[in-house]
Design a protein around this ligand. Structure first.
Ligand SMILES: NC(=O)c1ccc[n+]([C@@H]2O[C@H](COP(=O)([O-])OP(=O)(O)OC[C@H]3O[C@@H](n4cnc5c(N)ncnc54)[C@H](OP(=O)(O)O)[C@@H]3O)[C@@H](O)[C@H]2O)c1
Length: 338
C-alpha cells in the first residue's frame, strides 16, 4: 500500500496561477507518453509516486494520451482508485479535448458536442467526479470561439471541472477567448504552450497577452522531449524517445540538427553546477508568465533529478547572455525531418 512521503511539501515551490486562488507546483508531471497501455504499469506507478513524494501536485492528462489513446487516463485512474485515493484533494488533475479521439465528425476539435462528450469520457476513464483544470487542446478554426468557450463554461457549471485552460492558442486567440470568459465569469486561469530553449515563439506573442490578462502559463515539452538533457550527447540510446517506435514525435534528425547547441548549453549548465535538464527547467521558470513547467519522464530517477532544478533557479546577466549567444547561432530546426 502506497503511503506518500511525509516531507513532500518541504522543498517544492508553489506558484500562484495569475490572479486566481490556485497554486501549482513549479514542476508539473505530464502523462503524454510513457503512461499508455504499451508501457509497464509498475514503472508508471513508480514515476507518479516519485513525483507526488517530491511535492508535485499538478498532473497533466489529455483524452488522447497513451498510446493507445485514452489509456493514460485509464492508468492514472487505476492509480487514483488505489494508491492516490486518500490524496485526491492534494492533487490538481487536468485533462484536455481537441485532438482526434474517436471516429466521425465529433471526436475532434472544439465544438460543444465534441468538448462535452470528450470531457464525459475522460471523467469515466479516470473515475474522477471532476477535473481541476479542463483545457481546449487547440483552437478550432471552423468553430466560433464563443461555442468552444461556452462548452468549457458549461463543464464548470455542471461541476465537471473547477477551472478551464487553453493550449496551443495564439496570443490573439487567447485575447478573444479571454473576453468571452470574462463576460461569463468563467474561471479561465491558464494557458499551456510549448516553450523551451529551442522553441521560443510564444515569448513575443502569448506571454505578453497572458501577463496583460493576469493569467499564467504552464509550459509543455520543457525539455524539448529530452533534447535538452544529457541523453543524446554521445549518440542516441536504444531506450530513448528519439528511438522509440511507440513515440513518433522526436527523431534522430532533430538530435543531429541541435547537437552542437546542446553541447554548448551543457557546458553553461555545468558551470552552474547543474545538469542541462535542470538548467533548461530553471530557464523556463525565469519567465514571469510561467507558473509551472511540465516534465515528461520514462523513469522515476528523471523526476528526482529534474525537481532538483529548483535548487538553483537564478541566472546571472552573464549566464543569460551566454545562453542567448549560443541560441542565436543555432540554425533553423526542421521539426518535421525524420
Ligand atoms: N498541450 C499540448 O499540446 C502538449 C503537447 C506535448 C506535451 N504536453 C504535456 O507536457 C508534458 C511534457 O511533455 P514532453 O513529454 O514532451 O516533456 P519533456 O519533459 O520535454 O520530455 C520528456 C522526456 O525527456 C527525457 N527526460 C526527462 N528528464 C530527463 C532527465 N533528467 N535526463 C534525461 N532525459 C530526461 C525523457 O525521455 P526518454 O523517454 O528518452 O527517457 C522524457 O520522456 C506531456 O506529458 C504533456 O502533459 C502537452
Amino acid at each position: 500500500m502506497y503511503r506518500a512521503n511525509e516531507q513532500r511539501y518541504d522543498k517544492m515551490i508553489y506558484n500562484r496561477v495569475g490572479d486566481s486562488g490556485l497554486k501549482l507546483s513549479a514542476i508539473g508531471m505530464g502523462l503524454w507518453n510513457n503512461f499508455g497501455s504499451v508501457d509497464a504499469y509498475a514503472t508508471q506507478k513508480a514515476i507518479i509516486h516519485q513525483a507526488f513524494d517530491l511535492g508535485i501536485t499538478y498532473f497533466d492528462l489529455a483524452n488522447n494520451y497513451g498510446p493507445e489513446p485514452g489509456s493514460a487516463e485509464e492508468n492514472f485512474g487505476k492509480m487514483l482508485a488505489t494508491d492516490l485515493k486518500p490524496y485526491r484533494d492534494e492533487l490538481v488533475i487536468a485533462s484536455k479535448a481537441g485532438y482526434v479521439m474517436w471516429p466521425g465528425p465529433y471526436g475532434n476539435w472544439g465544438s460543444r458536442k465534441s468538448i462535452i462528450a470528450s470531457a464525459d469520457q475522460s471523467l469515466r476513464r479516470t473515475g474522477l467526479d471532476y477535473f481541476d483544470i479542463f483545457y481546449s487542446h487547440r483552437a478550432d478554426p471552423a468553430t466560433n470561439p464563443e461555442e468552444t468557450a461556452l462548452a468549457l463554461d458549461q463543464l464548470v457549471r455542471e461541476g465537471k471541472t473547477l477551472y478551464v485552460g487553453l493550449s496551443n492558442y495564439s496570443g490573439a486567440q487567447i485575447k478573444v477567448m479571454s473576453a468571452i470568459f470574462r463576460e461569463h465569469h468563467t474561471p479561465f486561469i491558464i494557458d499551456q504552450p510549448r516553450y523551451n530553449l529551442l522553441n521560443r515563439d510564444v515569448e513575443a506573442d502569448v506571454f505578453p497577452e497572458l501577463v496583460a490578462e493576469k493569467k499564467c502559463a504552464v509550459s509543455f515539452s520543457s525539455l524539448c522531449q529530452g533534447l535538452l538533457t544529457n541523453k543524446y550527447l554521445k549518440g542516441i540510446p536504444q531506450d530513448s524517445r528519439a528511438n522509440k517506435a511507440t513515440i513518433p514525435f522526436l527523431h534522430p534528425a532533430q538530435v543531429a540538427q541541435t547537437l552542437g547547441t546542446i553541447k554548448q548549453l551543457n557546458a553553461v549548465a555545468a558551470n552552474r553546477n547543474q545538469s542541462l535538464a535542470q538548467m533548461a527547467l530553471a530557464w523556463n521558470l525565469r519567465q514571469p508568465a510561467i507558473a509551472s513547467v511540465l516534465i515528461g519522464a520514462s523513469r522515476p530517477e528523471q523526476v528526482l533529478a529534474n525537481v532538483a532544478a529548483l535548487d538553483n533557479v537564478a541566472f546571472s546577466e552573464e549566464e543569460l547572455a551566454q545562453i542567448e549567444a549560443i541560441l542565436a547561432a543555432q540554425p533553423a530546426i526542421d521539426w518535421n525531418a525524420k
